[in-house]
Design a protein around this ligand. Structure first.
Ligand SMILES: [Zn+2]
Length: 320
């Protein structure tokens, strides 16, 4: 005769294998204090790619987006259940091509407070040490991309060269592009200089021109507007597929795919940023290449497709 589940429980109880009086005990487990991983890893052909979170910051996006009525922006935020100060991600990307460890953008360092500046902690959690980074390629020199290079005057990537778009260096460091530091933005210029200073002094800042290769095997696309030399960085895998780390083409994922003509207060030239965004979105949708965005929700990896409201962000399917 078959032993039923009920028979089995009776047997186990009589043998003292299970408690008969308190069948279920609930542990009052304290909250775990372990933070989110802060990194996300995948393979792109022979490249190992690691998205690194520098943290997220709550920002009043209804007032940061420009050239649209605030009521319209707030309606979009509400429709996306985001509240009025949605957190915006600050992402950087680490690529290992088996020969070199290359970081694209370096996070905020100590410039944006403790909610951010987590890049190095997350780099370590992902299995690497900052000393192993051979080069840092900057998409541009804004504080949330270059601040993490240097903290309190100390280079955080002691063995890395820093590859900087020419036009960025001229604008932020040489200050020749505009002939002087932009009035009211003295702090931003000082932060840019402080981030690069130790690397300049040790001769480790290298420049790349518009659309030139920052390093062998790495390409760049000038995407000016957000800043004068803002550049997307790309690699190709052995199947010829392209992976474009596009920098600050999009802030958030709920406004600018549908309305690319809305720019942000951080754009040095809003009108040019709008034109650039339209070109970048069109190209990404046409070529169907993989994209990484510095301010798309972490890990910020996916594709751009067209839909009835213009464009749509399609997150990379999660694979483990
Ligand atoms: Zn940025």
């Amino acid at each position: 005769m078959m032993t039923t589940r009920r028979d089995m429980i009776k047997l186990m109880a009589s043998a003292g294998l299970i408690a008969t009086t308190t069948p279920f005990a609930f542990a009052k487990a304290p909250f775990s204090s372990i933070a989110n991983a802060g990194y996300y890893r995948f393979r792109f052909g022979s490249f190992e790619v690691t998205a690194l979170s520098d943290g997220t910051l709550p920002l009043p996006m209804g007032t940061i987006y420009q050239d649209a009525p605030e009521a319209h922006l707030n309606e979009i935020l509400d429709n996306n259940l985001l509240g009025r100060e949605p957190h915006i991600s600050i992402n950087a990307y680490l690529l290992n091509d088996s020969n070199r460890l290359i970081l694209v953008d370096a996070g905020t360092g100590s410039l944006f407070g403790p909610a951010a500046g987590k890049l190095i902690a997350n780099l370590k959690k992902s299995g690497y040490a900052p000393e192993q980074v051979d080069a840092v390629i900057l998409t541009h020199i804004h504080a949330d991309h270059s601040g993490g290079l240097t903290v309190d005057g100390v280079a955080q990537f002691p063995n890395a060269d820093v590859m900087v778009p020419d036009r960025e260096y001229t604008y932020w460091i040489d200050k020749l592009y505009v002939g002087h530091v932009v009035a009211g933005k003295e702090g931003e210029f000082a932060q840019a200089e402080a981030a690069l200073r130790p690397y300049i002094e040790s001769g480790r800042v290298k420049h790349f021109g518009p659309n030139e290769a920052p390093l062998p095997g790495f390409g760049s696309i000038l995407r000016a507007g957000h800043t004068p030399g803002h550049s997307s960085i790309f690699v190709r895998n052995e199947d010829g597929e392209k992976f474009v780390i596009w920098g600050d083409i999009i802030h958030g994922d709920y406004v600018q795919f549908d309305e690319p003509d809305i720019y942000v207060t951080f754009d040095v030239d809003g009108a040019e940023a709008v034109k650039t965004r339209e070109i970048a979105l069109q190209e990404a949708a046409d070529e169907r290449y993989l994209v990484a965005g510095a301010h798309l929700p972490f890990p910020g990896i996916g594709y751009v497709t067209r839909d009835s409201t213009l464009y749509r962000w399609v997150r990379q399917n999660y694979v483990e």
